[in-house]
Design a protein around this ligand. Structure first.
Ligand code: FCB
Length: 486
């Protein structure tokens, strides 16, 4: 136990310091479309997010990723900021249309060179690069050919994975196939609040399967092009679903949302089958005949760890038709992202909320990690995203003080520590996000960064939370908040 300076020693709540395992990875995360900009440079073609953002009415304020944080030009400065903070790892994504415009054929040298320079610089500064292959920017040409609802997209994805591994495998040791395929499938093709903005529940279920298949094929492509020490994974936004009460209707609503949010991916990827209840629940929409013989073994590939993103829990009740998609925290739409679950109601969990309107609930993260550890005991976990948006601003002294974010991170890291103490194999934590950035349908109106970005100038100002997080990352020790400090 460490007693923080200035703390009342007579207090029964003497602060404790939580020490993480020395091998624990401390990182920050970003994604290509959200930070890079340079949308038309060096051979990059449009992705579905370029098209979607340029469609009037889709993204708040008409914002696009055309310039974003201009990381494509400022990458060296961004790596220097990370080095300064002392984080040990950086999760970024490759822009598919920058590496392989149109999603077919050979790679583009200039696109790959950008990631070569970036990763060289990271390694030089002792920061481990973690590359995500797909953080939602499907080349528009592939969407024009049918997108994720079409089987061929899975093969295209595997070919792109092979190109990327061949080009960067000598310097990137850790690879993630997909980021949050739930969002790609259900926000992209069912509720339409994400690119490509389609609103067809059957297309969404087909997309989920072909994302699963693309993942399995990409894992194989990565393994055959990477050194044997490489780590290969996928990132899922596992929803921590709680029933509103123990009434049978609410418990069943939680089961159905768990199937549509989580087990539609963990089933095939980790257990080699789609859950029976999911197939039954959605049988009025599809017979799932797009799942072909041999697909499931192909999808179910051994992984080195599972990437888990967590922001807030999901609280549901059953039996109230028609309100599901209005309050589930995933953006407003006339269309539900939850196929065949129109009668499920989503509630705001109690407690304070972030600028996204998402409830702050660290216990949800603890419980989710414990559940994953129990369900998949041999699979190490990595928190590949966690963080919060608040209405940050630069004060007259030129500083950005974000005590709410520090409190959020403090609470969630303590929850991670509790899960580790309880025996869950959690290997690391990546703060979302290194920088304020383009928050999808919300454009630049939501700031998730540890570093403030002044969009008109591109200037970066590390927030108080960045310094706080750097200190935790460097020491591997989380001290309780000092009640004497502000
Ligand atoms: C996740 C996304 C990430 C970011 C955070 C806030 O769903 O993976 O890009 O937008 O939410």
């Amino acid at each position: 136990m460490v007693i923080a300076a200035g703390h009342d020693l007579s207090s029964t709540e003497a602060p404790t310091a939580l020490t993480f395992p020395s091998s624990f990875t401390w990182g920050t995360a970003t994604a290509a479309y959200q930070i890079e900009g340079a949308a038309t440079l060096d051979g990059r073609t449009p992705s579905i997010w370029d098209t979607y953002a340029r469609t009037p009415g889709k993204v708040r304020n008409g914002d696009t990723g055309d310039i974003a944080t201009d990381h494509y030009h400022r990458w060296r400065e961004d790596v220097a900021i990370m080095a300064d903070l002392g984080v040990g790892a950086y999760r970024f994504s490759l822009s598919w249309p920058r590496v392989q415009p149109t999603g077919r054929g050979p790679s583009v040298q200039k696109g790959l060179d950008f990631y070569r320079r970036l990763t060289d610089e990271l390694l030089e500064k002792n920061i481990q690069p973690v590359a995500t292959l797909y953080h939602w920017d499907l080349p528009q040409d592939l969407e024009d050919a049918g997108g994720w609802p079409e089987r061929a997209t899975a093969d295209r994805f595997a070919a792109y994975a092979a190109l990327a591994a061949e080009a960067l495998g000598d310097r990137v040791r850790t690879w993630i196939t997909l980021n949050e395929p739930w969002c790609s499938a259900f926000l992209g093709y069912a509720s339409g609040v994400h690119a490509p903005g389609r609103t067809d529940p059957v297309a969404a279920l087909r997309a989920a399967h072909h994302l699963n298949l693309g993942h399995g094929k990409a894992v194989q492509a990565l393994r055959s092009n990477l050194p044997s020490y490489a780590q290969v994974s996928v990132t899922l936004n596992i929803h921590h679903v709680r029933p509103h009460s123990q009434e049978a209707e609410d418990v069943d609503a939680a089961r159905r949302i768990d199937a549509l949010a989580n087990r539609v991916f963990t089933g095939p990827m980790l257990q080699g089958e789609y859950p029976e209840d999911l197939l039954r629940d959605t049988s009025s929409l599809t017979d799932w005949s797009f799942v072909k013989d041999g697909d499931l073994p192909e999808i179910c590939q051994p992984l080195d760890f599972l990437g888990v993103n967590y922001y807030t829990p999901t609280l549901v009740s059953g039996g109230a038709a028609g309100s599901s998609h209005r309050s589930d925290g995933h953006g407003k739409s006339e269309h539900t992202p939850w196929p065949a679950a129109d009668d499920v109601t989503f509630h705001l969990p109690p407690g304070s909320t972030t600028a996204m309107g998402w409830a702050v609930d660290p216990t949800g993260l603890h419980d989710l990690l414990v559940r994953m550890g129990r369900d998949f005991p041999r699979l190490p976990l990595m928190i590949t995203e966690n963080g919060a948006a608040f209405d940050d601003y630069v004060d007259p002294a030129g500083e950005v003080n974000d005590p709410d974010r520090i409190a959020y991170l403090q609470g969630h890291l303590a929850a991670v520590h509790r899960a580790i103490e309880a025996g869950v194999d959690v290997r690391g934590y990546f703060l979302w996000s290194l920088l304020d950035n383009f928050e999808w349908g919300y454009g630049y109106s939501k700031r998730f960064g540890a570093v403030y970005v002044d969009y008109p100038t591109g200037n970066r100002i590390p927030k108080a939370s960045a310094r706080w997080y750097g200190q935790v990352a460097r020491s591997g020790v989380l001290s309780s908040p000092d009640p004497m400090s502000d």
